[in-house]
Design a binder for this molecule. Structure first.
Ligand code: ASP
Ligand code: MG
Length: 417
């Protein structure tokens, strides 16, 4: 029998009514002949509340107890979903992570799934159970303690189950109807994509398009799990949502598929550092140790043996980065005359697998920004992405201009499915 994984995010299970709505959808897939594994999130807002309680109780908390508290939201929805299905005469049973068991590393608060033995659920399916409801976001460590997978982690639970149980597809039900060419709040010309390649989704997810946890896309790509992102609020139809799939399942590759942005960036520049071997290691070593997520890096041409080194990081890490640099200077690891932080910047990126085979995308992008008089402060590129750092006040303008110049308005719905 074919297995299907259906994941419902927090807004899709926010009330008993919505749980009922979601359960009906599950019931329909059972009627279609699937054995269904349902992954649930905590009710919307619940996890934030639990995290708040932990912080209030113990600012430097024991991560094992953080996981004990924060994982509980999913337990409630799993039980309620199983009860709702039973009320609809669908044979269903709930499982917490440790019962399956979802075996993870011991990195509390950010654990990784290592294995999901299938025997337990398989036996119940063989007995006539039609739906296994799994509390997302959680597992059990080698020491036998409850772990959580990091915020947004139930997406990863869903993909991991789809891989372990060889599911035909993993449907991620959420509050948006798919993956868009850019944020519809920034331009009404944003279009829903029918299909997007794993690599593109990975870039968009890590750039801050919050539809899917980045790790879940990595896993889906590694195991070839077909992922579909769709809304639990729209009327259902077979072609709903966006399919995240292998590149060769997309008939026509777009040169650019999406424009992503990240608002909360900071640009830090160290002035007059010595241009000598080991200097980058002496700067970025202490930053890494301090837990600063460095993103873009630029080193200027040196003059008289000195150079400036610029990097970007999330705005809330500026203090940490500054302390790390001052510490490295005080201990003699590096020398510089000044550290300048620009906290008024944002990152805008264009992403598309077609860039691999098309030249001139960067030039096209820079011209569009020039036409809007937007100054570029830092540039980085990868095989399928070009990112620029610009003044934050021009972020919306830049996103709109790039969306226009690459004709993304014409993409949505235009691809064969
Ligand atoms: N409830 C968890 C969170 O809010 C996990 C999830 O919903 O994916 O982060
Ligand atoms: Mg989520």
């Amino acid at each position: 029998m074919s297995r299907l994984v259906m994941k419902f995010g927090g807004t899709s299970v926010a009330t008993l009514d919505r749980i009922r709505r979601a359960a009906k959808r599950v019931g329909r897939e059972v009627a279609n002949g699937h054995e269904v594994i349902v992954i649930v999130s905590a009710m919307a807002g619940k996890t934030n509340e639990l995290v708040g309680w932990v912080n209030e109780t113990s600012p430097f908390y024991d991560a094992r107890e953080y996981d004990a508290v924060v994982s509980s939201g999913e337990n409630v929805t799993a039980g309620l979903m199983a009860l709702t299905l039973q009320e609809m005469d669908v044979p269903a049973r709930s499982w917490q992570g440790w019962q399956v068991p979802v075996q993870t590393t011991g990195a509390h608060g950010a654990a990784r799934i290592e294995a999901i033995p299938t025997a337990n659920l398989d036996a119940r399916f063989a007995d006539g159970m039609k739906v296994a409801v799994i509390a997302g976001f959680q597992g059990i460590s080698p020491e036998g303690r409850i772990t959580t997978l990091g915020r947004g982690g139930s997406d990863t639970t869903a993909v991991a189950f789809a891989a372990a149980f060889d599911a035909v597809r993993c449907d991620i039900y959420t509050d948006v109807d798919g993956v868009y060419t850019t944020d519809p709040r920034i331009t009404s010309k944003a279009r829903k994509l029918d299909r997007i390649a794993f690599e593109e989704m990975l870039e968009l997810a890590s750039l801050g398009a919050k539809v899917l946890q980045t790790r879940s896309v990595e896993l889906a790509m590694r195991y070839g799990v077909k992922l579909r992102v769709l809304s639990s609020f729209d009327e259902y139809d077979e072609t709903a949502g966006t399919l995240v799939c292998q590149e060769d399942e997309i008939v026509e590759n777009n040169v650019v598929s999406g424009v992503a942005y990240s608002r909360d960036e900071a640009k830090m520049t160290l002035l007059n550092v010595d241009d000598k071997p080991g200097i980058a290691a002496a700067i970025f070593g202490p930053l890494a140790e301090a837990g600063v997520n460095v993103d873009m890096i630029v080193q200027n041409i040196s003059e008289g043996g000195q150079t400036d080194m610029t990097f970007s990081c999330p705005i809330d890490q500026v203090k940490r980065a500054t302390q790390a640099m001052e510490g490295a200077k005080a201990s003699g690891g590096i020398a510089y005359t000044d550290l300048v932080a620009d906290t008024e910047v944002a990152k805008v990126s264009v992403v598309g697998i077609g860039m691999r085979s098309h030249t001139g995308v960067a030039a096209h992008m820079f011209k569009a920004l020039r036409d809007e008089n937007v100054n570029i402060k830092v540039i980085t590129t990868s095989e399928i992405k070009i990112s620029v750092l610009i003044d934050r006040k021009y972020m919306e303008l830049a996103v709109q201009a790039l969306h226009d110049t690459f004709g993304l308005e014409k993409l949505g719905g235009g691809l064969e499915s």
